[in-house]
Design a protein around this ligand. Sequence first.
Ligand code: SF4
Length: 171
Amino acid sequence: MSTTVKPRIAVHKFSSCDGCQLAFLNLGGELIELTRRVDIRHFLEAGLDDPDADVDIAFVEGSLSTQDEIERIHRVRKHSRYLISIGACATSGGLQALRNLDNQHDQWRDAIYAKPEFIKTLNHARPIADEVRVDFELWGCPINSRQLLAAVNSLLFGVPPIEERDKVCME
Ligand code: SF4
């Protein structure tokens, strides 16, 4: 990463409850400090809307549960140097993946929504890594704010998070 230009960051939401994005906002003063060192290009929860911006790090919350999300995650991957999936929804499918059990998609949809005919979802909810290359995963429901900050700081100092270091260095 350049030392003269601020690293660019994006936070993307897919099918999720927004709880993992709150881990950013819960950083409080440390988030303000972080914004001095990075350029946050896309983060809807914080009022920043530029989903196709080229970034150094893209954080992705949520599972892949609709056709639109499948198409969108490929755009995110294309525009991101590192992609980090955050939280149980993004790393394993989360609660939405209950529909995968015994192919119960239709039963869940019909039981939950008053007008299920308007709901366009895929039969299965899948983790981000099922569809695109993921450089690092942060687990938890929600993720831990300190863990998140540690991952960001590692990447800002040009050090890939530990589990992926060998893989990235070989690229
Ligand atoms: Fe919400 Fe948990 Fe999914 Fe995070 S992992 S978005 S807290 S349900």
